[in-house]
Write a protein that binds this ligand. Structure first.
Ligand SMILES: [Zn+2]
Ligand SMILES: [Zn+2]
Length: 144
């Protein structure tokens, strides 16, 4: 259904189901992990994630207790993250997709932490921290 890869091409994956809903997260750790103004991550069940190559270059980094970030150790591209508490749900880094994904973001989250250099000039609802699940259900995250 979708496929993606890292910057150097050693990690390649296919997805056998559609991705869940997503938002733009402006929290400090998403900014650090992405190297940009916000993160954009959508959930999928691990059983629908199929690693085609790059198992030897994938590494996991535990950025906070129980939060694992998985990236290519050759080029540094983030691929997905997951919680040790919910290992069956991966949160795919949308920038790694190579196929067309047309779903649009439902919310700006953690706007209270956003970078001063990133303006938000769209009509997508903004929340100082997590969005309510009725607006954006962030499966596989720590959303309350
Ligand atoms: Zn790579
Ligand atoms: Zn975040």
């Amino acid at each position: 259904m979708h496929h993606g890869s890292c910057l150097c091409g050693s990690v390649r994956y296919d997805l056998s189901a559609d991705l869940g809903e997503f938002g733009y997260c402006h929290c400090k750790s998403c900014r650090k992990a992405s190297g940009s103004g916000h993160g954009a991550n959508a959930p999928i069940e691990r059983v629908h994630f199929h690693l085609r190559s790059g198992e030897e270059t994938l590494r996991e980094y535990e950025s906070s207790p129980g939060k694992l970030r998985v990236f290519c150790s050759r080029c540094g591209s983030p691929i997905y993250a997951y919680l040790a508490a919910t290992p069956g749900i991966l949160r795919i880094r949308l920038g790694s997709l190579d196929s067309d994904f047309t779903q649009q973001p439902r919310a700006h989250t953690f706007v209270a932490e956003k970078a001063l250099w990133e303006p938000i000039n769209d009509e997508i609802p903004q929340f100082p921290e997590w969005a309510p699940r009725s607006v954006l259900n962030q499966r596989g995250s720590r959303q309350a």
